[in-house]
Design a protein around this ligand. Structure first.
Ligand SMILES: O=C(O)C(=O)C[C@]1(C(=O)O)C=C[C@@H](O)C=C1
Length: 272
């Protein structure tokens, strides 16, 4: 049987770790294919296969690029979700010689206090693994990278410091994206993600949406606004909620009255 592709960020990234975890639950033969950026993952998945990308971190909040791309790539849906503990490492040659640390912007932000304490310069790149690769290839002792244990092993560099994230409870949620998937086992919990624009900019407009959820006794797990990109001060809203007894079509219908558009980003299982 032909191997299908599951696309994610480069070898050694936390996204690769999440992909391996997803593969434990997915039915079928998938081969991991690596992409340089979240945008590339969406582009590949648009032509078929599956993808795994980060969507939210417990310290830094949403990965806004993922949010925007879910809206842009209309045929790509969220098919599953899982969260991982993220423990960052300082990777390189000699901690005392470091002047600049390189990493993904989310990882740099999650270690902001640690970096500040050492007075290092920072440089952002597309992924934590790319940062480690740059440090390995440059052989420059004044550079350090922030990344996973796997990436240090893969590029044969030393771990100079462990658990350097500023907050202990550092977790990132990853989503499985694509058009369709079959799982071997299904968990108990399901979630729904939607995005919409309010019909009118008037007092209580968002309240009417929230009221529909409150009256139906549906638990929201996330609400977030992003610029609509049409005009300054206009927003679209992303809402995640627990999937319960209520019929999804009925929920969406009740919200339609208050929105100019509403898109279902996915109804999907949440794995541990
Ligand atoms: O660069 C990586 O290792 C990634 O998988 C990306 C990413 C992110 O964008 O949030 C994933 C988990 C961590 O929060 C830091 C970086």
């Amino acid at each position: 049987m032909k191997n299908l592709s599951i696309y994610t960020l480069p070898k050694g990234t936390y996204s690769e770790r999440a992909t391996k975890k997803f593969l434990e639950y997915i039915d079928g033969n998938y081969k991991i294919d690596y992409c340089n950026s979240i945008y590339d993952v969406f582009e590949k998945v648009d032509n078929g296969g599956l993808g795994v990308v980060p969507i939210e971190n417990s310290i830094e909040g949403s990965v806004s690029l993922t949010q925007d791309l879910l809206l842009q790539f209309k045929d790509i849906k969220i098919l599953g979700e899982l969260a991982l503990d993220i423990h960052h490492n300082l990777i390189g040659y000699d901690k005392n010689k470091i002047k600049t640390v390189i990493s993904h912007p989310q990882a740099l932000a999650q270690c902001r206090n640690y970096i500040k304490k050492h007075g290092w310069e920072v440089k952002a790149v597309e992924s934590t693994a790319k940062a480690v690769k740059i440090v390995a290839e440059s052989k420059d002792e004044t550079l350090g990278a922030i990344g996973s244990k796997e990436s240090a092993e893969y590029y044969n560099l030393k771990i100079l410091d462990e658990n350097i994230e500023d907050y202990k409870n550092n977790r990132t949620r990853f989503i499985l994206i694509g058009r369709d998937v079959k799982f071997k086992t299904l968990p108990k919990n399901y979630k729904v993600s939607i995005v919409f624009e309010l019909k009118e900019d008037k007092p209580g407009a968002l309240y009417h949406i929230l009221k529909e959820f409150a009256e139906k006794n549906i638990n929201l797990t996330r609400i977030e606004s992003r610029p609509s990109k049409k005009r300054l001060g206009t927003y679209i809203f992303y809402i995640d909620f627990e999937d319960g007894k209520e019929k999804l079509e009925e929920i969406l219908k009740s919200l339609e009255r208050h929105t100019t558009f509403i898109i279902l980003l996915g109804r999907y299982p949440v794995f541990d």
